[in-house]
Design a protein around this ligand. Structure first.
Ligand code: CU
Length: 298
């Protein structure tokens, strides 16, 4: 068999396979999920980011297709043809004032819409009456902190480090030693405004769970505040994210996640975690006593 025909046969055999492989990669749920607009659904601020993005995108697409459509039409309609000579013109004041004024109006309208939406994105609402019991959040001057109208929320302190996240659930008694601490997965109650203060123990990280809102840098020595409020129908959902600031060799493994629970389930989780931590502390104190007494630990 001639060599060329073998190559052609192989190409024919593998072409559909290659096409199917590329299509499956491209159409995979994770590859195509929210590729056109930001993820949302986990919190009102993420929803506001999404709707603002869609408004800007739609206006942008209308302008794009109007301009390009007109350009293509004019190229076709006034193409060179026998027996016709192009008229040489220079400038058209009415037209120029029209498209400059028109563009300015569009920009002003988009700016006004954006400022309205910014309020929804930045200002946390109150928790629902059915939410988890919240405490009054202390004012943190000199930061980007925005408080709910009644000043109450569940405060979770997020500490980024190489390479992971620590979550401290502030119980509001002013003593951080009593607070429940968790790693890797953040458990959160639905229907409750959660205020998150983010900082870092070492280099800069960035805490980002797209469905819960924008990304926020974790910077050593500085508190960056954000918030989210998971709706009731998302109880049981795990929202996934990723450190969004290249922070070293383990950056790729620095995933972030928030698991939503009903306020009652969350209360049980928090109490169980507290008991676990108190037991561990008691055991450590016991061991410390034995060491101090000169005994060898087994
Ligand atoms: Cu990182």
């Amino acid at each position: 068999m001639p060599r060329k025909s073998l190559v052609v046969r192989l190409q024919k055999a593998f072409a559909p396979l290659a096409a199917a492989a590329s299509a499956s990669l491209f159409l995979a749920e994770s590859a195509s999920a929210n590729w056109i607009a930001p993820e949302h659904g986990g919190s009102p601020n993420a929803d506001a980011v999404h709707s603002l993005y869609v408004i800007l995108l739609v206006v942008g697409l209308i302008v794009f297709f109007a301009v390009e459509g007109l350009l293509i039409y004019v190229l076709w309609r006034f193409r060179a043809s026998r027996g016709h000579e192009a008229k040489q013109i220079h400038g058209n004041t009415t037209l120029e004032i029209g498209w400059t004024g028109g563009a300015a109006v569009i920009v002003v309208v988009l700016a006004i819409v954006s400022f309205f939406k910014l309020g929804e994105i930045r200002n946390p609402p109150n928790s629902d009456a059915s939410g988890f019991t919240t405490t009054t959040i202390a004012k943190d001057p000199g930061t980007n902190q925005k408080l709910p109208p009644n000043g109450k929320a569940l405060h979770i302190k997020v500490l980024g480090f190489q390479y992971g996240w620590q979550f401290t659930y502030d119980d509001g008694d002013g003593n951080p030693d009593n607070d429940v601490v968790a790693y890797r997965d953040m458990y959160v109650p639905t229907n409750t405004t959660v205020m998150v203060s983010i900082t870092s123990r070492d280099v800069i990280h960035s805490w980002w769970i797209p469905e819960l809102g924008g990304k926020f840098d974790a910077v050593n020595g500085f508190q960056n505040w954000t918030w989210f409020k998971v709706p009731a129908d998302k109880a049981g959902t795990q929202f996934r994210g990723q450190c969004a600031e290249l922070c070293g060799r383990g950056h790729a493994n620095m995933t972030a996640s928030a698991i939503a629970k009903t306020p009652a389930e969350f209360k049980t989780w928090l109490e169980d975690k507290k008991t676990e931590i108190d037991d561990a502390k008691a055991k450590a104190a016991e061991a410390r006593k034995l060491v101090d007494a000169g005994e060898t630990l087994k």
